[in-house]
Design a protein around this ligand. Structure first.
Ligand SMILES: Nc1ncnc2c1ncn2[C@@H]1O[C@H](COP(=O)(O)OP(=O)(O)O)[C@@H](O)[C@H]1O
Ligand SMILES: [Mg+2]
Length: 273
């Protein structure tokens, strides 16, 4: 256990990480350190983007916060409670919309609520409201294969919103979409986020996506991922991608990321050699 003192924090904080580390397969010959000494406080309603090279531990970070994986060092809290298991208060959305193909859109959105034992009348109201918020009420009886990729991700967002999470964890949710759809989804997400009051932790390796979305950008080092720097984005939304301020931010983030991408690349080549 770490002997350092834990910095104070408030039980109002949506997420608090203190010295968080994760080693996969610890105490085995395959032990693999993914994250080291992560200290991070996320405020209620804050939009945080986690930016870093491939393999630096961004997804691992979200699994830890979701409570799907245990930390191997440090401590993790959400609204004053230790994170020890998954909770409906913290919803995770993956890159590929993980909808059940045999269920309708409405049934997919209702799924978590059914598991939680909510009565069907109440469920129906919440499902309709969630689909309304993502602009897909009309698609309630459709099957996932009848929808475009962007629409499927909106259903995934509706399913997450239906649980009324206080923390929304998003793992490169728009990475598989074309550039135009991605831009629309970003502005859609900002609307949904502002209406929900939830905190968002959004993973991407795209600098422009980080600039479009974040209140603060957390830049990770190459593996083992540590926080290299946290960059506040003090620009009002919607953000002009071509303004002087945006351009300066893009330069700064590019410079911060460049060394880490080089290091990540070098490591991968060593592994392959
Ligand atoms: N379930 C797992 N078991 C073992 N190693 C894993 C597992 N998941 C991820 N890793 C390793 O942990 C490191 C970080 O992975 P990941 O969090 O997926 O990175 P990112 O999302 O930033 O690309 C990588 O080296 C990856 O190979
Ligand atoms: Mg990942």
């Amino acid at each position: 256990m770490s002997s350092r003192s834990v910095a104070p924090f408030s039980s109002r904080d949506a997420v608090v990480c203190r010295g968080v580390g994760k080693t996969w397969a610890p105490a085995t010959p395959r032990a693999h350190e993914a994250l080291r000494e992560i200290d991070l406080d996320v405020a209620p309603g804050e939009f945080i983007v986690l930016l870093g090279p491939s393999g630096c531990g961004k997804s691992t970070m979200l699994y830890l916060i979701a409570g799907l994986e245990d930390t191997t060092a440090g401590e993790l809290w959400s609204f004053g409670d230790r994170v020890e298991q998954p909770s409906p208060e913290r919803s995770l959305i993956f890159q590929e919309a993980s909808l059940f193909p045999w269920l309708s859109v409405g049934q997919n959105v209702a799924f978590g609520l059914s598991i939680a034992g909510m009565a069907s009348d109440e469920r129906r109201g919440i499902v309709r409201q969630a689909l309304q918020r993502v602009g897909l009420l009309e698609a309630i009886d459709k099957r996932p294969h009848e929808l475009s990729g962007g629409m499927r991700q909106r259903v995934a967002v509706a399913r997450a919103l239906a649980m009324q999470p206080r923390v929304l964890l998003m793992d490169e949710p728009f990475a598989a979409l074309d550039v135009q759809t991605r831009a629309r989804m970003q502005s859609f997400l900002l609307d949904v986020w502002q209406a929900s009051g939830a905190s968002v932790l959004f993973v991407t390796h795209h600098i422009d996506e980080a600039i479009a979305l974040a209140d603060r950008v957390v830049v990770f080092t190459a593996r083992p991922g540590r926080i290299k720097t946290i960059v506040p984005v003090g620009l009002s939304r919607p953000r002009d991608p071509f303004s002087r301020e945006t351009e300066a931010l893009r330069r700064h983030l590019t410079a911060q990321l460049r060394d880490e991408v080089d290091r990540a690349f070098a490591e991968q080549e060593t592994v392959m050699a």
